[in-house]
Design a protein around this ligand. Structure first.
Ligand code: SAH
Length: 374
């Protein structure tokens, strides 16, 4: 090499979130780096299927691409603060997302299959009256990488050897309102259903929402996943109190969004979640009203026995009342299951997830953010 010749400086690569980037984002990064976009698929397989985030180990990529990736890659790892196991096999994993906040993910085994319940926010602004997460207030949205990291860390913890899948279903029923964090949720849904990444079938990913109507329409247009609606009441006056976002998007609007979702995805039923609160929403009249409001919408209903937490002010409906409510729905032609509480002994059941949240919202502001008058 002559004294005047210089080795060209590599263009400095843009930062890249290895866990949070979906195929489109990785392809765009490749294109910006002057690399072929198809390398995105190789990177997805390394990261999500083989659990390799050290770019030097991605041996089917050229040396120079590995070096550039290594320079740009940001890998989000969440310290595991606690891992608890219930006698029923349910496991709760508490992940630190920053110095002030921790979020929980729950692994729920059922015979040969395992469902993973993921959190999307540290806390929640919606403040549903019967939910432990809502009672804590809100700190912040999680990034796509922080949502995927919960799954990635459980998936690659070595619990099961290939070819056994560690996780069979993913439900967004942990801390937070997934549709209030849609920008971060959307790439995660792509990764879950991408065959180059986790390859879940469209039947095995469920997004649960308290009813952010405009975002339900966006989800319907942009993704094909199962939709669960936290209905909990069939009258506006009651739902306004239990699920305050109802004051912004009342039942008529929400039921309309469910109809549109079902007609956009004609092969699907919308899952209706209905928490059974003793003496609050569990009477025969409530069942009749629910049947009336759901008429003509393809739904299946899950009755969720209320899971208590300190200071909630609610009690679980007696078993006989829940079964009578179920019978009335079934007799009216609505497929209805009672959700078996799982992980109660470790406060991992629906609505019991509290994690660790540094609430940044005073009461008034919390309601304002939910669009609810204080
Ligand atoms: N924000 C989303 C995900 C929340 S958690 C949503 O509202 O759908 C998943 C389900 O648990 C929701 O249906 C929620 O209303 C329900 N839930 C909340 N607190 C509960 C409790 N204490 N007992 C039983 N179910 C509860």
């Amino acid at each position: 090499m002559s004294a005047t010749e210089r080795i060209p400086e590599p263009r400095s690569a843009r930062p890249l979130s290895l866990l949070g980037a979906d195929r489109a984002a990785l392809s765009a990064w490749m294109a910006a780096a002057g690399e072929a976009p198809f390398h995105a698929r190789q990177v997805l397989a390394w990261v999500h299927q083989r659990g390799i985030v050290d770019c030097d180990g991605m041996t089917d990529l050229s040396r120079s691409l590995r070096a550039r990736l290594a320079e740009a890659a940001v890998v989000t790892r969440l310290p595991l603060l606690a891992r608890e196991r219930d006698v029923d096999g349910t496991e709760k994993w508490l992940f630190e997302v920053d110095a002030q906040n921790g979020v929980e993910a729950v692994v729920i085994p059922d015979e040969e299959r395992r469902t993973l319940c993921l959190s999307t926010q540290a806390g929640c602004v919606l403040h549903c009256a019967f939910c432990a997460t809502g009672a804590q207030g809100f700190s912040r949205n999680l990034s796509s990488a922080e949502i995927v990291a919960q799954l990635w860390q459980v998936w690659h913890a070595g619990l099961f050897r290939a070819p056994l899948r560690p996780i069979h279903n993913v439900v967004f029923m942990g801390m937070g309102e997934p549709l209030a964090n849609y920008a971060a949720l959307s790439p995660v849904l792509h990764l879950l259903t991408d065959d180059c990444a986790y390859g879940f079938s469209k039947w095995r990913v469920t997004v649960s929402t308290a009813g952010l109507v405009p975002v339900i329409d966006r989800l319907a247009a942009e993704h094909d996943v199962a939709l669960a609606i936290s209905l909990h009441a069939a009258r506006d006056e009651l739902r306004d109190r239990l699920v305050p976002i109802n004051r912004v998007h009342p039942l008529d609007a929400l039921l309309g969004a469910m109809r549109r979702y079902a007609s956009r995805h004609p092969d699907r039923e919308v899952l209706v979640e209905y928490v059974m609160l003793d003496g609050v929403n569990d009477t025969p009249a409530d069942a009749r009203e629910l049947v009336r409001r759901l008429a003509g919408i393809p739904v299946k209903v899950n009755l969720i026995p209320f899971n208590p937490f300190p200071g909630s002010g609610f009690a679980r409906s007696p078993v006989a009342v829940i079964e009578d409510f179920q019978r009335r729905l079934i007799d009216s032609g609505i497929r209805t299951l009672i959700r078996r509480p799982r992980g109660e002994a470790i406060a991992a059941a629906c609505g019991q997830l509290a994690g660790r949240v540094a609430n940044r919202l005073p009461e008034r502001q919390r309601f304002a953010m939910a669009g609810v008058p204080a």
